[in-house]
Design a protein around this ligand. Structure first.
Ligand code: SF4
Ligand code: SF4
Length: 297
């Protein structure tokens, strides 16, 4: 199996420009594989607009379903559900209210199905989430959609990562660009695991600095090279300097100071990356340097 460069783009919080950078990096070299691992709020696929040729169901867990032909309405399941997923709901056929499972609240813990005295509860697979494989203008893309109320986003991210690797191997792609979720949750961990490089995108604000430290700390526990990109760095030079000083002290290279440029937003609205929308801009040149550094180092 060839060596594949897996580059994960993360941020401590949403709205830092993470997806804009991921889109730019994914539209710079032909035969790239892009992986949208922000499965709760997937946006990269909107910009890259892949033509999907494969769709697969993702079984995220199980949900409890009551068979009302058997249920005696004893209420035992309602009393024991720790997730508050079983309610008495008004129903003309049930004067006291009808025992009902709220699907989006059900955690799939199986408890109710085990304690129901008449075996009226069946656990059925949750199959409303999907992952997709498609082709976009610079290569292949894997993305996913987690159904509302579904959990296990980390597990779905792992599926997307695995498919991205398999695809890169099959088509001989050398680089996988991963748009990870914001924050430090299990989906961010799944986006980091096994990556060669992680780029943390931050903004020059007090909270930006704080959130960046948290995600860098998390990334520091993995075998991954860490880098920082400061977006809109010219809007607050003092905090930009503080971020650079802190990163220098920690040995984390700051590989890009991207200036504020409204064309970044315009490009997103037009479903293009900044490299496609304004290839001669200063910001596009800076991202070109970032790309060179990431794919060549
Ligand atoms: S425990 Fe079983 S029988 Fe009792 S209300 Fe729940 S589903 Fe119905
Ligand atoms: S499976 Fe667990 S979470 Fe879901 S309704 Fe039953 S007890 Fe509640």
């Amino acid at each position: 199996m060839q060596k594949i460069n897996e580059i994960s783009i993360l941020s401590g919080k949403g709205g830092t420009g993470k997806t804009s950078l991921a889109a730019a990096l994914a539209t710079m070299g032909k035969n790239t594989v892009a992986a949208d691992c922000d499965v709760d709020v997937a946006n990269l696929y909107l910009i890259l607009n892949p033509d999907d040729y494969k769709t697969e169901k993702y079984i995220s867990g199980h949900k409890a379903v009551i068979d009302y032909d058997i249920c005696t309405q004893c209420g035992l399941c309602k009393d024991h559900c720790r997730f508050g997923a079983i309610e008495l709901q008004p129903d003309p056929d049930y004067p006291q209210g009808k025992i009902t499972i709220v699907e989006t609240s059900c955690d799939g813990c199986w408890l109710c199905s085990r304690i129901c005295p008449v075996n009226a509860i069946e656990m059925v697979p949750s199959d409303k989430s999907f992952w997709y494989l498609g082709e976009y203008r610079y290569g292949k893309m894997v993305h996913a959609r987690l159904a509302p109320g579904e959990e296990n986003s980390g597990k779905l991210v792992s599926v997307v990562r695995e498919q991205a690797r398999k695809t890169a191997d099959e088509c001989g792609a050398k680089n996988i660009i991963i748009d990870g979720p914001p924050g430090t949750g299990c989906a961010a961990i799944a986006s980091l695991t096994g990556a060669n490089k992680v780029v943390i995108v931050t903004e020059p604000t007090g909270t930006g600095l704080h959130d960046m430290k948290r995600i860098l700390d998390l990334a520091g526990r993995f075998q991954v090279k860490r880098y920082v990109v400061i977006n809109k760095s010219d809007l607050n030079p003092d905090i930009t300097d503080r971020i650079c000083s802190w990163c220098e002290k920690e040995g984390v290279p700051v590989i890009g100071n991207l200036p504020f440029d409204p064309r970044m937003v315009h490009s997103m609205v037009a479903c293009k990356s900044i490299q496609e929308w304004a290839p001669d801009s200063e910001i596009a040149a800076s991202i070109q340097n970032i790309y060179e550094l990431l794919v060549r180092s």
